[in-house]
Design a protein around this ligand. Structure first.
Ligand code: MV4
Length: 447
């Protein structure tokens, strides 16, 4: 096992990784920017290294500075958390060249699944359900027009190197498709240095269903069931839950199995999330694979009892998975609300500044993953998520009641947060009945 790891991240996930490392008897080195000098999580690290100024480009995204800190502090491995360098295959490769273990997949597996065209090809080969569309990159526009005629409009143009909604164009007819191809290619080239695009059938309303998978370096892979992340706004998830409500057991089993097959075929080690859209008839279509630990991993931890962050460290160190598929059972229902310091009445304007009041909820079945506390100054440099409130209960209805109670206990001030919005969302008929789609939050905010 590692004796010391470096955490190339900040905020609640840095704290989450410190907690896992401590329980494994591993020392932690945290890198931080000057904007995070007073970050409360740093108090829990064994050592800290300043790597630059506030802007992420000059600190949390600086591979050279992070590797220097790792060498200086003689660490065995680097945990990238989520965001920043977590899905950067070049960074994973630099770590390998420096003989520092990257706590995540190999650069090859990351590149294979991170590129949406190669990921979709692999999914097709392993019979993971995908949208009909171009079988690979669009070489010329006439080919795209021909495919669109076959599958029917609307279609969506996506960047192979994209993700999280960037570089996409929906087209309802041929002229729009031609324009969308040009725009998407240009945007993808500018944003990712890779202008490769593909097209697929566009699904208007759907639920977001994602499968948590974990693999070790000995060829073992299992799923940890699914999460429903349908509650989102502008590609920012707001509420996540596990398991997904009201899904046909046979269809669910098939999609869980197919996600494991995909990860196995990629010779993947570490944690991965296979994302799907689910239509009203409960047909599934793979969107992309995330090769990092996700923000919403706690809901899976609550229902399975697996400590995902500890397990990802252990598999990176070469350990075999300590369980097989039949050992993993679902226990109850978990819901997570992301607590963002944003003002929903002012177009979700981020709220920087000093937190005066911070009264955390507690009691049975309540978990708070947060680096915030009274006196903490939220820097304006990073995303506005200051914590995640997670509840666990025997049934979905009880989990909703527990979340309502926990949100009511939670007091943060003077800045605005999304807590009152969460209160409305979890009480909405759409959420309570799981009769929702990826656009329902935006509809509710308008209506
Ligand atoms: C789609 C889609 C409809 N049809 N693909 C958005 C982010 C990226 N992961 C893929 N996305 C979508 N792909 C087809 N063929 C609709 C979306 C989409 C979406 C997906 C998941 C969660 C929220 C979303 C919000 C808007 C659009």
């Amino acid at each position: 096992m590692f004796s010391r790891i470096l955490i190339a991240n900040r905020g609640e996930i840095a704290l989450r990784i410190i907690r896992a490392a401590k329980e494994l008897g591993i020392q932690t080195v945290c890198v931080y920017s000057t904007a995070d000098r007073e970050g409360p999580w740093l108090e829990h690290a064994d050592e800290t290294v300043c790597i630059g100024p506030g802007p992420a480009r000059e600190s949390y995204l600086r591979i050279d500075r992070i590797i220097s800190a790792a060498e200086l502090k003689n660490v065995d491995a680097i945990h990238p958390g989520y965001g920043f360098l977590a899905e950067n295959a070049h960074f994973a490769e630099v770590c390998r060249d420096c003989q520092i273990e990257f706590i995540g997949p190999s650069p090859e597996a990351m590149a294979l699944l991170g590129d949406k065209v190669s990921c979709k090809k692999m999914a097709k080969a392993t019979r993971t359900p995908i949208f009909p569309g171009s079988d690979g990159a669009i070489e010329d526009d006439e080919e795209a027009v021909k495919i669109a005629k076959e599958i029917g409009y609307p279609v969506i143009v996506k960047a192979s190197a994209g993700g999280g909604g960037r570089g996409m164009r929906v087209a309802h007819n041929e002229p729009a498709l031609r324009a969308g191809l040009a725009a998407a290619k240009q945007e993808a080239q500018a944003a990712f240095g890779n202008g490769t695009v593909y097209i697929e059938k566009f699904l208007e309303a759907a639920r977001h269903f994602e499968v948590q998978v974990i693999g070790d370096k000995h060829g073992n892979a299992v799923h940890l069931y699914e999460r429903d992340c349908t509650s989102q706004r502008r590609h920012q998830k707001l509420i996540e839950e596990a398991p997904a409500a009201g899904v046909d057991p046979a269809k669910r089993e098939a999609v869980l199995k197919s996600a494991v097959e995909l990860i196995r075929a990629a010779k993947y080690s570490g944690v991965a999330t296979v994302e799907f859209l689910m239509d009203r008839q409960q047909n599934f279509y793979m969107l992309e694979v995330n090769t990092r630990v996700q923000v919403e991993h706690p809901v899976t931890e609550m229902i399975t009892g697996v400590d995902i962050v500890k397990e990802m460290i252990k598999v990176a160190a070469g350990e075999k998975l300590p369980f097989t598929q039949k050992d993993i059972k679902v226990q109850g229902h978990a819901i997570e609300c992301r607590i963002n310091a944003e003002d929903p009445d002012r177009n979700f304007m981020p709220q920087a500044g000093r937190i005066e009041t911070f009264v955390a909820p507690g009691g049975p079945g309540v978990r708070l993953d947060s680096h915030a506390r009274p006196g903490y100054r939220i820097p304006p440099d990073y995303d506005s998520m200051i914590g995640k409130l997670i509840v666990h209960a025997p049934t979905r209805a009880e989990a909703i009641a527990r979340m309502r109670r926990a949100l009511d206990e939670f007091r943060i001030g003077p800045m605005k947060t999304v807590i009152p919005l969460h209160r409305r969302l979890i009480d909405s008929r759409e959420f309570v009945d799981a009769d929702f789609d990826i656009h329902y939050v935006e509809r509710m905010l308008k209506g």
